[in-house]
Design a protein around this ligand. Sequence first.
Ligand code: ATP
Length: 355
Amino acid sequence: MDIMVLPGDGIGPEIMRSALRILEIMRSNFNVKIESQVYDNINARNIASGKVTLDYVLDEARKYRAILKGPMGDPNIRTKEGVEAGLDIILGLRFNLDLYANVRPIKLLPGVQSPLRDYGDGSKTIDYVLIRENSEGLYSSHFGGLILRDDVAIDIQTITRKGTERIVRFAFELARRSKGNAYGEKVVTCVDKSNVLKSFYFFRKVFTEVARNYSDVKYNFMYADAMAQFMILHPEMLNIVVTENMFGDILSELAAATVGGVGLAWSGNIGDDRAMFEPVHGSAPDIAGKGIANPTAMIMATSMMLDWLGYSREAKIIEDAILDALRSGVRTPDIGGKVTTEEFTNEIINRVLRR
Ligand code: ATP
């Protein structure tokens, strides 16, 4: 089996249905030879009740090369410890399968107006990739961390040479294959707070060492606070951005907002021999069951997965179909349109079949 499919919760099963219909078309009409297995049982309710455990999910996941994941969790379904059910599974998959590179394309799709005045509708473009280190940083403290005597709480940020070298190498390799920023410059931007914390000073030092091996790619540095401004003021100058886990989490939400919101943002969690692809948004319980969820991020995540599995031509066909549909005004309500999830999916399938 090649891929494990986790529809998840809320709108997850609805948008996963769209993705699976498109995958089926790629199998029957193109030369895509991948088999998939759907796990409906891995959802917030079963996780909260203990029917589904992280160990079970990991044992199953290890049987596959890739995981296609919908949004998992529901703010109203909590574990005994009060944590949103599903979070341990998501973090557990990322950490235990060593999916160290969280790759988030930040792309302003056609027909979508950015909240940034000058971007969208034919003016300036936004098209860069934010790479969030996924296996260490501050969030590795999730499985540790301490509260002492109800007086002090401690979480520790871990930055290793191995973890930093591989994520920085990943960023430079991606830059090498990219078209560069709006000015055609291939450039990797390292984001840290090396002016404040030793761990970030070390991150920057290792970044610089790795960068020396890539003389064809430029690089620069930015403190995380300055980066938050830069992403609003000059996103067209960005090409590849690489940063620590928590900074990446925060900055990627900001980045998603600049390209029309989380409904239009997708990501890959990539390791050396396994990967997981997912939309950035949550399970949106407020619109679940209404048939109006935007499946764009889920379908773009599917396209990214096909590319990673070696089907780059087919991945591009799906991406082009989405861009064309959006350009022609086919839009779900979250981005100002009227079409349902199913109608949107039909439009994509029609375009794919016309190729
Ligand atoms: P999480 O913390 O689990 O990532 P969240 O609190 O950020 O979730 P979401 O579930 O992503 O929240 O929803 C935020 C808002 O965006 C909601 O109003 C939701 O309806 C909307 N939304 C999210 N994803 C989509 C989508 N694919 N299509 C349409 N609207 C969406």
